[in-house]
Design a protein around this ligand. Structure first.
Ligand code: FES
Length: 139
């Protein structure tokens, strides 16, 4: 009986495709099919008037936090926590809070204000087009 090398190679490749790769932003927090991976394509967030000067707004569905300086400049960050990948779900002023282990971030700079997270939020490109705030992944 002849050997079946093609079948065994396919099996190996199929197994390799399912192996998680470090650094792709895939995490196990929350489990299931809704694993947060952050923003992967441009997304319209809403009217620029929703983001007060000197304040910030969390767009939970898009996993983006946008801040606006006193002079009107916008900044945007992924609201996916850099500790273990939970989406932050609370914004107090410009302090973004992760519900999983209590990390806190400055929504105006992305910097960590409270551990266990140690890495800053992932910055996004933000623009206002026809009065609508649009966030894009940085390339
Ligand atoms: Fe956010 Fe752990 S995943 S604090």
């Amino acid at each position: 009986m002849p050997a079946r090398p093609a079948a065994s190679r396919r099996t190996v490749l199929r197994g390799a495709a399912l192996t998680p790769v470090a650094g792709l932003g895939l995490t196990a927090c929350g489990g299931g099919g809704d694993t947060p991976v952050g923003l992967t394509e441009p997304v319209e967030l809403g009217p620029e008037s929703e983001v007060a000067e000197g304040g910030a707004k969390l767009y939970q569905d898009q996993k983006v936090v946008v801040s606006r300086s006193e002079d009107g400049a916008f900044k945007a960050y992924s609201s996916v926590c850099t500790h273990a990948g939970c989406p932050a779900n609370k914004l107090e002023g410009t302090r973004l809070i992760c519900p999983c282990h209590g990390s806190e971030f400055d929504a105006t700079t992305g910097k960590v204000l409270r551990e266990p997270a140690v890495a800053p939020l992932k910055p996004l490109t933000v623009e206002v087009r026809n009065g609508t705030v649009i966030a894009k992944p940085q390339v």
